[in-house]
Ligand binder design. Structure first.
Ligand code: NJP
Length: 242
């Protein structure tokens, strides 16, 4: 397979931000994108946007906190397209709060989506990926390499994602390419979920001035299309000087 061959790519959390930008960029490059999330109305709009430019984005509902939903989504893709070449388990959330103030439910929600959701997605995708000598592109974070105040559990979940990438890379070195993209602040609705109003207001400008999501998508495209030449195992990208 050359790096020009259209690939079958599953992106979770494709209804917004980085996932949405990856879906559009990869479809514009001629790849077939299986786009999943809970907000199916947004996925339908995305599919229409891609179709208008002759791109293929296939929407499918999927809640990554439900292993049944994840398995059904993976099965639907492999039945429809005969397999999977790339998985991008991008769905992820962050609630920023000092450790002693955070509601336990927020910690649990981050663990459910950012760790258990990624695990369920990988578990469902691996058989087809291994068969096709495919590619795992995990969306880590600067928080996978550094720890910041007010986001300890988020940082812990992203450290877990990086550990999973390294585990996959060492166990499947002959069968899979594994990439971790570690972005700094990206201008998406990500921070709006934070319930601590003071922190949300303090952090919002950093995200407003962050990278645009399509810059992250370009990095993902570079990693995807490096197939046949080498593997981008870890890529850290930060907001530009202003
Ligand atoms: O966030 P946002 P980003 N099941 O809020 C989905 C990482 N990151 O694009 O289900 C399935 O725009 C949700 O879909 P929906 C971050 O950790 C970001 O910025 O329809 N999907 C939506 O599509 C995350 O891993 C920054 O609500 C679920 C998507 O997740 C990734 O980038 C910096 C779901 C979230 O879109 C994308 O984040 C960094 C569920 N249960 C890493 N729950 C940054 N923005 O600065 C949520 O270092 N989703």
């Amino acid at each position: 397979m050359t790096n020009n061959t259209p690939l079958r790519i599953w992106i979770t959390g494709a209804s917004s931000g980085i996932g949405q930008a990856c879906a559009l960029t990869l479809a514009a490059a001629g790849h077939r994108v299986w786009a999943s999330a809970r907000s199916t109305d947004k996925l339908e709009a995305l599919a229409q946007q891609a179709a208008a430019a002759s791109g293929t984005i296939q929407p499918h509902p999927c809640d990554v906190t439900s292993p049944d939903s994840v398995r059904a989504c993976a099965n639907a893709m492999t039945e429809a397209w005969g397999g999977m070449d790339v998985i991008i388990p991008n769905a992820g959330i962050g609630y920023f709060n000092p450790l002693q103030e955070a509601p336990l439910q927020e910690w649990q929600a981050m663990i459910d989506v950012n760790i258990s959701g990624v695990l369920s997605t990988l578990h469902a995708a691996l058989p087809s990926l291994i068969e096709n000598k495919g590619h795992v592109i995990n969306i880590g974070s600067l928080a996978a390499r550094q720890v910041f105040p007010n986001s300890g559990v988020y940082c812990a979940t992203k450290h877990a994602v990086l550990a999973l990438s390294e585990s996959l890379r060492t166990e499947f070195r002959n069968d899979l390419a594994v990439t971790t993209i570690n972005p700094g602040a990206v201008n998406t609705p990500f921070i709006d979920r934070t319930t601590n109003e003071e922190l949300r207001a303090n952090y919002r400008p950093q995200f407003d001035e962050g990278m645009e999501a399509d810059y992250v998508a370009d990095a993902v495209l570079f990693a995807v299309e490096s197939r046949g030449r080498g593997v981008v195992s870890e890529l850290t990208i930060r907001p530009d000087r202003r």
